[in-house]
Write a protein that binds this ligand. Structure first.
Ligand SMILES: *Cc1c(COP(=O)(O)O)cnc(C)c1O
Length: 324
């Protein structure tokens, strides 16, 4: 058992999406609510942080450093987790200070994080520079990788696969957003470790970042090693769809708006503009094209992120600009 700090409300609920299924005329859709993991408005990173923070605590760190985009959900959840274990949190965010604090940025500050803008620097270089600065000041900093996606963080999603099976839900297919890769890699490892035999379809969100086939396999194998098993996973066996990311990271198109609209209007569920809207749009497209068949039972794994809606404003409306 990998040590963990309890941060998340688990198990997260899993339930049917009756009205959305009806509007589409099938398949039988379900949802796993990792938007409801509880800490600091929830999301998938809370699961990973349970394991990542156990390591930071064991190493007697006093400051967590992580990085992401300005609207990073991972950074917001890390800020919340740091407070829970009495650590300081430094967030290295991409680009320059926009001067305003919408969405996740507001929450980062409320949660007590110190924000450092990376400007033109690469996020990993800027994180390392913060690490060196803090260590030189006599602090005990601990780096959390972007998206929490090392083997330890990803292991959380191996255990999440087991949690789903303990809910007696064996969907024919799981659909999930994939960006830094830890969530999908963890699910792939968990399927092997705990006997889930359905399909796992990742929807790739961005061209950069870590959801390349080879890296997903390497991460999943790393999870296996941590849990104590050699996993034999071939890159060709990984179902990651790369056809939905062309608009660019964080760009909301009609497809994402349509997904946000359907989930909100029919199910009262808020998707986020960057990850889950794109993943849901991919799922709807695969259903539309018959690649996901109408007689499947499909589970959409909601990974959180709705606080970013408050930064995107009317960009997420069905008729953008209507409210502005
Ligand atoms: C980080 C994030 C993802 C992607 O998870 P990875 O493990 O980085 O692939 C998906 N959805 C939301 C809302 C996220 O914040």
């Amino acid at each position: 058992m990998i040590p963990k700090v309890k941060l998340a409300q688990l198990p997260t609920p899993a339930h049917r999406l009756q009205r959305l299924s009806e509007e589409l005329g099938g398949p039988e859709l379900w949802i796993k609510r990792d938007d409801l993991t509880g800490l600091a408005m929830g999301g998938n990173k809370v699961r990973k942080l349970e394991y990542l923070l156990a390591e930071a605590v064991a190493q007697d760190a006093d400051t967590l450093i992580t990085a992401g985009a300005a609207q990073s959900n991972h950074c917001r959840q890390t800020a919340g987790a740091a407070g829970r274990v009495g650590m300081h949190c430094v967030l290295v965010l991409g680009g320059d200070d926009p001067g305003t604090r919408p969405g996740n940025l507001l929450l980062d500050e409320l949660l007590g994080a110190e924000i450092v803008w990376a400007g033109e620097a690469g996020l990993n270089d800027a994180m390392q520079a913060e690490f060196d600065r803090l260590a030189a000041d006599g602090r005990r900093p601990h780096l959390i990788p972007i998206g929490g996606s090392n083997a330890r963080g990803a292991a959380a999603y191996a255990y999440a696969t087991r949690e789903l099976m303990e809910q007696d839900l064996r969907p024919d297919r799981i659909v999930v957003a994939s960006s830094s890769g830890g969530t999908l890699a963890g699910l792939l490892a968990g399927a092997r470790l705990f006997g889930y035999t359905g399909q796992i379809t990742g929807i790739r969100i961005a061209k950069f970042g870590g959801a390349e086939r080879d890296r997903l396999v390497e991460l999943a194998k790393g999870v296996g090693e941590l849990i104590g098993e050699n996993l034999d996973i071939s890159p060709q066996a990984v179902d990651i769809r790369e056809g939905y990311m062309d608009a660019g990271y964080g760009i909301v198109t009609d497809r994402e708006r349509d997904a946000i609209d359907r989930f909100a209007r029919l199910e009262g569920i808020l998707l986020d503009p960057v990850y889950t809207a794109r993943a849901a749009a991919g799922m709807l497209d695969l259903i539309h094209r018959g690649e996901i068949s109408k007689d499947e039972r499909v589970l959409f794994w909601h990974t959180g992120g709705a606080p970013a809606l408050f930064a995107y404003g009317s960009q997420v409306m069905d008729q953008p600009g209507a409210m502005s």
